[in-house]
Write a protein that binds this ligand. Structure first.
Ligand code: GLN
Length: 305
């Protein structure tokens, strides 16, 4: 298996030439566009790796799957989906347009920035610090990595430049989607996006979802089976932004990408996959990561459809 993964990394390396690292968060612009890595964590407990699988990157939008689970655990399904919808947008992940033209005004789903900011506002805690600590502990538990923490430089870089997210947050507060201090709500969101991971960490998150919200090692049920199902469904319909339809046809695996270059994928009852390559396509998905996932899916017949 490791040999096959090595081959897939090699075969897809040339794709990275056509991608670009995200620059709108200045600190992300420092990533090396040639990097490409993969990890498969299967339900039997095997871990297979290749390429730059141990390079650290920020989790970015992949965090939206995890904050959604905690927000549902904290508030219940009804509360969350009264405020955030369940439909794909067909727009870019940071688009603001539908907030105004959809009535009543609410973000269309929790995988786009507006929806994820609303979800982060629902995490329980007496202070911003406590909210983020609870979220970070939840990340640590699910990934089995007690050492997860944030990349301070990326966090500060996004905090300083994230005016589009800031404007969406103000818009949503005005529309009554949440109340409270916008900067504090965004602080939780920016911090969760800046959590540093490698391919193994996100493969394990994918495995946790593949295993119905149970830790594969201890069988501890951390999120209800129904919550894991909801998250995997969002990954299919909205996880790859406005390329989700194409990805579902070409790869057919629930997946969530982030502009740090990560893709977390979950093959129900079988495995979690973590891919990393910071060179992104024009939709903001790792170009090499998508290539590897497509090949992997064909090789092992992983499409759920
Ligand atoms: N932190 C990033 C943002 O809000 C996450 C976006 C992403 O990974 N697509 O813009």
């Amino acid at each position: 298996m490791n040999e096959l993964l090595n081959k897939l990394v090699e075969n897809n390396k040339n794709l990275t030439i056509d991608g670009k690292v995200a620059k709108y968060i200045p600190a992300l612009g420092k990533a090396d566009p040639n990097e490409l890595g993969i990890c498969v964590a299967d339900i039997e407990g095997n871990i297979y790796t290749a390429g730059d699988y141990n390079k650290k990157f920020t989790i970015q939008s992949i965090s939206k799957t995890i904050s959604l689970m905690l927000a549902i655990i904290d508030n219940g399904i009804e509360y969350v989906f009264d405020r955030v919808g369940m439909e794909p947008t067909g727009d870019a992940f940071n688009s603001i347009i539908k907030l105004e033209i959809v009535s009543p005004s609410r973000p269309l789903n929790p995988m786009i920035n507006a929806g994820a900011i609303a979800v982060s506002s629902m995490i329980k805690g007496n202070s911003t610090d406590e909210k983020f600590k609870r979220l970070l502990n939840f990340f640590r538990k699910i990934s089995g990595n007690e050492n997860l923490g944030i990349n301070e430089e990326v966090y500060l870089s996004e905090k300083e430049t994230g005016d589009r997210n800031r404007s969406m947050a103000y818009f949503m507060r005005e529309a009554g989607i949440f109340t409270g201090n916008v900067d504090e709500i965004l602080d939780v969101y920016f911090k969760q996006c800046s959590i540093e991971v490698d391919c193994i960490d996100i493969a394990k998150i994918g495995l946790f979802l593949a295993n119905g919200g149970r830790l594969p090692s201890t069988r501890e049920q951390i999120a209800g089976e129904n919550i894991a199902r909801i998250v995997k469904t969002f990954m299919v319909t909205c996880g790859m932004y406005n390329a989700s339809g194409e990805f579902a046809i070409n790869v057919g695996i629930p997946a969530k990408s982030g502009v740090g270059g990560g893709i977390m994928a979950s093959v129900p009852h079988r495995m979690g996959i973590g891919a990393y390559g910071p060179a992104l396509d024009d939709k903001g998905n790792s170009i090499g990561g998508c290539g590897i996932l497509k090949d992997l899916s064909r090789n092992f017949n992983l499409s759920i459809f």
